[in-house]
Ligand binder design. Structure first.
Ligand code: SF4
Length: 169
């Protein structure tokens, strides 16, 4: 498997609503995005090996990501009754995690060096071991995109979509 269209088809077969190939050289590594992690709005800050302050520094993550030329962006769209439809938001988040795991299972044997990143950090375990003991599954940890200075809103725009107050349009 090598073509962008093949990867998009594969991502959709794993349950994603949308997928798009990414030229990694276009990525921005913005300190202000990473700094937002510390605002306390995200429950993962200081609670996951995949997120600041435990995640590698922005510079370190940028050096790692820049070794790659191609990327794949994936998105799960949920149907919300309104902007406060928390249940539907949680359903969409659960679907995204499940789709992500399925795609990872398929891609890992094909691309053993792949570098998965996830909005809001790793969700593999119900309760992360941070900081009391080492990560249970270091080879299945997905670092937070935001720790890398990348914003999910910008990624959505790359796909011709926008995310507004919890709704993905
Ligand atoms: S795999 Fe588990 S222990 Fe490791 S970062 Fe993810 S949630 Fe935490």
């Amino acid at each position: 498997m090598s073509g962008c269209d093949d990867l998009i088809t594969l991502a959709k077969s794993c349950g994603f609503t949308e997928a798009s190939c990414l030229d990694v050289s276009t990525l921005e590594f913005l300190p202000e995005v990473r700094e937002m992690c510390a605002s306390g709005k995200c429950e993962k800050f200081g609670r996951s090996w995949s997120c600041p302050p435990a995640a590698p520094s922005l510079e370190n993550m940028r050096d790692t990501v820049k070794k790659y030329s191609k990327g794949l962006i994936v998105q799960t769209v949920g149907q919300l009754e309104d902007s406060y439809d928390y249940e539907a938001m949680m359903d969409a988040a659960k679907n995204q995690i499940e789709n992500f795991g399925r795609l990872w299972d398929v891609l890992e044997p094909l691309y053993p060096d792949l570098y998965p990143m996830s909005t809001g950090g790793c969700s593999k375990c119900k309760q992360c071991t941070y900081p009391d003991s080492p990560c249970r599954f270091p080879r299945r940890m997905a670092y937070s995109m935001e720790a890398c200075g990348s914003s999910s809103v910008r990624f959505a725009r790359t796909m011709g979509r926008s995310i507004i107050t919890g709704q993905t349009l």
